[in-house]
Design a protein around this ligand. Structure first.
Ligand SMILES: [Zn+2]
Length: 224
């Protein structure tokens, strides 16, 4: 959906599971704003270094230069206040202040476009996206395709690894699944395969680059 904003600020949220084209949609909207000669800035959290440190990158390899912040509060410090459009990718890693930051930017007349996961690996609402949806003028929910059955997929299935809320990775760690095929948590068979693969790797003496595990963004109350 394309939005005609007039001259007031507002909040757009693009949410859905991994591999549903959120970053692609964010980049598409930001590019349109650039074509319209608006001043655009893009932020992403430092935790997301899957593809590029200084760009937001979609799984389909669209790219856009971005600024990296530790949390949403730093957006206020780094922002050029002449910017008219502010894009925020991987918003679910930005921390709870993002709600307040997005509200303040929109209240000051800026168009804020936020993309992020709306549910975690257990299928639960993933803060701060649910609260942002309540404040947003526009919501786009993107669906992926279930790799098991081909139906529209709204879940991010974690295939292996830890039970931390945040484990950054791409295709080797996650896949999109529909409501019927989704298994909250980590499928037991896949976990066993992963352990076997790791043991095989150890005997190979090969360095393992993934998965990289990040913790500490959310409090323990978020954990199961
Ligand atoms: Zn399915």
């Amino acid at each position: 959906m394309d939005i005609i904003t007039g001259n007031v600020g507002w909040i757009e949220v693009i949410c859905g599971p991994m591999f549903s084209g959120k970053s692609e949609e964010l980049i598409r909207r930001l590019r349109r704003s650039m074509i319209a000669r608006k001043r655009v800035e893009v932020f992403k959290p430092i935790i997301d270094d899957r593809y590029s440190a200084l760009e937001i990158v979609s799984h389909g390899d669209l790219r856009m230069t971005s600024q990296v912040v530790n949390n949403a509060g730093e957006i206020m410090d780094q922002l050029d206040w002449r910017s008219e459009v502010v894009g925020i990718d991987e918003a679910n890693f930005m921390g709870p202040q993002l709600v307040d930051v997005a509200q303040r930017l929109a209240d000051s007349g800026k168009q804020v476009i936020v993309a992020g996961l709306d549910t975690d690996y257990l299928g639960r609402p993933f803060p701060p996206i649910p609260e942002l949806l309540a404040y947003a003028e526009s919501i786009t929910k993107t669906l992926a395709i279930c790799v098991r059955c081909g139906n529209p997929a709204k879940h991010t299935q974690r295939l292996r690894g830890s039970e931390d809320l945040i484990v950054v990775g791409a295709a080797e760690l996650y896949e999109p699944r529909c409501r019927r095929c989704f298994e909250p948590g980590i499928p037991k068979q896949a976990e066993m395969d992963f352990v076997k693969a790791r043991q095989a790797q150890k005997t190979d003496h090969r360095e393992e680059s993934r998965p990289r595990i990040h913790t500490g963004i959310r409090g323990t109350e978020e954990e199961v």
